[in-house]
Design a protein around this ligand. Structure first.
Ligand SMILES: Cc1cc2nc3c(=O)[nH]c(=O)nc-3n(C[C@H](O)[C@H](O)[C@H](O)COP(=O)(O)O)c2cc1C
Length: 349
């Protein structure tokens, strides 16, 4: 409650200053609950291919904690798993500011951060110290000026593998020029061949994709994932969108970057369902995009997700959101007579 009040005060600051102030408070433990919530047993999920087990299927999406500084604090706020990063091998400053915009009227965010982060050495030092209160994912990317992007992913995977519970290959940020091109059939085949040969210490690896994919692109990705990517555990669907729905009403709607939050909910859920239909349970799916309530999280599960992630709606709903969504999901489970929330997966397909 106090933390939600604090979140409202912080929202008076410009967006990136607010984010940095939040991280500073969290690193000092200020406003952080004394202990993580205990989740009802019906919320526990085990992802079929990776074997990852989460006490709640609601995770923190990448980008909130790029340098792996506050995973323990976010666990206490009620996330069932946390994903840190994106981290690149070398530190980089990202794009010029301003690069983060709140679209209040649309309950949305636009960002063009551009993988600002302190680099792998810093990230891995933090990751190695984490208590594993909840499972942690390390999301890896490529430096903007890299001459061997695939090599950057291999470097990232091998550096985080000893300490992370899972690893995410992020090829879907719209803010590093050309990065999303790695989703094309030939590039993806080459990338997954290189990454598949990396020493991942047996850790599950996920591929994070964009929502801006048509049926053909989705079919191509599924083909590559089943072939060269058969070693992957699953997909995270999705990153931010380059689309600008006609419904947007906020002044900053024309800013360059990736749009996330409420307007991303329907398109990202449709793409998730398309992947789920094509992959038929062969891979674990984590759904992200615009989740603001238990009903939204439930809809992602029903569209084929085994677990979900969120970030943007924390800006509008405050840090109590993950715990609230867990409560609401439990209510959906009971209402629909499911023994476990895992039984919801794919029910709407
Ligand atoms: C400010 C901001 C920064 C982000 N940075 C990253 C990132 O570094 N790596 C990544 O894979 N996704 C990043 N994302 C995307 C989120 O992880 C998530 O996939 C997307 O925002 C959709 O979920 P949401 O609508 O709940 O935010 C970022 C999102 C935002 C809003």
């Amino acid at each position: 409650m106090l933390a939600d009040l604090g979140a409202r005060a912080i929202r008076l600051l410009p967006p990136e200053a607010a984010h940095n102030a939040t991280l500073r408070l969290l690193t000092k433990g200020l406003g952080v609950p004394g202990r993580a919530p205990l989740f009802p047993p019906g919320l526990k999920v085990t992802l079929p291919k990776s074997g990852l087990t989460f006490a709640s299927p609601v995770g923190l999406a990448a980008g909130f904690d790029k340098n792996c500084e506050v995973p323990g604090a976010m666990a206490r706020f009620g996330f069932g798993f946390v994903e840190c990063g994106t981290v690149t091998p070398k530190p980089q400053a990202g794009n010029p500011k301003p690069r983060l915009f709140r679209l209040e009227a649309d309950r949305a965010v636009i960002n063009r951060m551009g993988f600002n982060n302190f680099g792998l050495d810093y990230f891995v030092r933090r990751l190695a110290r984490y208590s594993h209160a909840v499972p942690i994912g390390a999301n890896v990317g490529a430096n903007k000026d890299s001459e061997d992007r695939a090599g950057d992913y291999v470097t990232g995977i091998e550096a985080v593998a000893p300490y992370a519970d899972y690893i995410t290959i992020n090829i879907s940020s719209p803010n590093t020029p050309g990065l999303r091109g790695l989703q094309d059939k030939a590039s993806l085949t080459g990338l997954l061949a290189r990454c598949g040969a990396a020493d991942r210490k047996g850790k599950p690896v996920f591929l994070k994709v964009a929502p801006d994919l048509d049926r053909e692109a989705i079919a191509d990705i599924c083909g590559v994932v089943r072939g060269e990517g058969a070693w992957l555990s699953g997909l995270i669907i999705s990153n931010t969108t380059l689309a600008r729905p006609a419904s947007l009403a906020s002044a900053d709607k024309g800013e360059t970057g990736g749009l996330s939050g409420a307007p991303l909910f329907h398109p990202s859920t449709a793409v998730l369902a398309e992947f789920a239909r094509a992959l038929r349970g062969e891979f674990d799916l984590i759904g992200a995009g615009g989740i603001a309530s238990g009903a939204d999280a439930y809809a992602k599960l029903r569209a084929g997700a085994h677990a979900v992630q969120l970030y943007s709606m924390l800006v509008y709903e405050g840090p109590g959101l993950a715990a609230r969504i867990a409560d609401e999901l439990e209510a959906c489970r009971v209402r629909d007579g499911l023994a476990s929330i895992a039984e919801a997966t794919g029910n709407a397909l």
